[in-house]
Design a protein around this ligand. Structure first.
Ligand code: SF4
Length: 185
């Protein structure tokens, strides 16, 4: 199958410790190609930036996005997130990308609920972006959903660790620490 999507782990930092996190899978992580520049992303139609939690290392995330936007092929850029430090970061990044997937994980807390509300409010005011919501089937929260804010909402069982896969149309990359030095000149 043609690889149309680059899935890029921009960092591996995360405040959670989900039992089903694919980053714990050696079989998955050993398939991640290290990248030191954005050039290997040039041949893809879509770049999905994931982590860890991409929003927790803002400088690195913004350097990566800035680099991708300079590629001649103009791939679409989507961010996979479930946390942030400052909602203003979400607003600013929203002007740089094509969409977000927000995930409400198992063991979500009141803090997650508050952050979800804030993201949903931004999504509602920026319908030109693709906002996607994924809910873990064990999510304990009752969410105040505004369905019109979301392009789609999915609640389904997550893969267990031993079932983690990379879809056939995706190639997995992991950013190495000197990306900022390469691009932030
Ligand atoms: S939030 Fe995502 S990156 Fe963090 S532990 Fe859970 S699955 Fe892994």
């Amino acid at each position: 199958m043609k690889k149309t999507t680059a899935r890029v782990i921009v960092n591996t930092i995360c405040r959670r410790d989900c039992a089903y996190c694919c980053n714990k899978s050696t079989a998955i992580m050993r398939r991640a190609t290290p990248i030191y520049t954005v050039k290997p992303l040039n041949k893809f139609e879509v770049v999905c930036i994931t982590g860890g939690e991409p929003m927790l290392l803002q400088h690195r995330l913004r350097v990566l996005i800035k680099g991708i936007k300079q590629l001649p092929t103009f791939p679409k850029i989507y961010i996979y997130m479930a946390d942030y430090d400052d909602i203003r970061d979400v607003e600013e990044i929203a002007y740089m990308v094509d969409g977000f997937t927000w995930t409400v994980h198992a063991k979500a807390t009141q803090d997650d609920l508050d952050k979800f509300r804030a993201v949903q409010s931004i999504a509602f005011t920026m319908p030109e972006l693709s906002w996607r919501l994924k809910l873990h089937h064990d999510c304990p929260l009752v969410l105040p959903l505004m369905p019109r804010a979301w392009k789609f909402i999915k609640q389904r069982p997550f893969f267990t660790l031993d079932k983690c896969t990379i879809p056939g149309n995706e190639k997995l990359f992991i950013v190495q620490t000197n990306l900022e030095e390469e691009l932030d000149v």
